[in-house]
Design a protein around this ligand. Structure first.
Ligand SMILES: CC(C)(COP(=O)(O)OP(=O)(O)OC[C@H]1O[C@@H](n2cnc3c(N)ncnc32)[C@H](O)[C@@H]1OP(=O)(O)O)[C@@H](O)C(=O)NCCC(=O)NCCS
Length: 171
């Protein structure tokens, strides 16, 4: 299994991974919109002898802090692995390679919406714990607040913040 940067010849394989992993086409359409907007900051695939077994994308996100500061970060997602390849470490390898890729860059934060049990292993924790929230979260569900997570590569001053994904997410 090789983790590598995606190119345009991978697009149909990536679409297939997204559709089978999520059981719908929404995530595939988001990925296509991000590419069309040049907002695919990093797109990695897990290449299994020429077959695309998994994919992961990062796109630009911004955090608007209470003092007026705007921080530039990256949204993680979608990430998907074909069901017959799941639980073999592929999702972890994609996410770790993506985070490592950005180590030299001044990324203020990474954000993700997903299962806290999964993303905690990559250093994510609920954004709500530092007073940050996802702009599109109108829910009062505690589960939703826990699911929106951030990872800070470097310490940041305390302060509330609202995070926006790229508009391609339609949020
Ligand atoms: C989430 C996903 C990408 C993980 O990929 P993967 O290659 O199976 O993950 P890994 O092999 O690296 O890790 C497997 C571990 O993650 C855990 N895990 C997987 N999905 C999880 C979830 N939704 N919640 C909590 N834990 C989860 C597994 O139980 C396993 O735990 P273990 O290491 O303690 O045994 C894959 O399950 C998938 O494509 N799911 C459908 C799409 C999706 O929900 N994507 C994430 C939201 S964008």
């Amino acid at each position: 299994m090789k983790i590598r940067t995606a190119d345009c010849t991978d697009h149909s394989g990536i679409k297939a991974v997204l559709e089978v992993a999520f059981g719908q086409g929404d995530e595939s359409r988001i990925v296509e919109r991000l590419r069309a907007d040049d907002a695919d900051s990093l797109e990695l695939v897990a290449d299994h002898h020429g077959d695309i077994a998994g994919m992961m994308m990062f796109s630009p996100a911004s955090a608007h802090l209470a003092d007026g500061t705007i921080l530039r970060g990256l949204g993680l997602g979608p990430v998907a692995v074909k069901p017959d390849h799941q639980n073999k470490g592929i999702g972890s390898a994609l996410i770790e390679a993506g985070l490592e890729h950005f180590l030299p860059y001044p990324v203020a934060f990474f954000c993700v919406l997903g299962a806290p049990d999964y993303y905690a292993r990559f250093g994510f924790s609920p954004a709500i714990e530092r007073g940050w929230r996802w702009a599109a979260d109108n829910s009062t569900l505690a589960e939703m607040a826990q699911a929106f997570q951030i990872r800070l590569p470097r310490p940041l001053p305390a302060g509330d913040g609202v995070i926006h994904y790229h508009p391609a997410f339609g949020l």
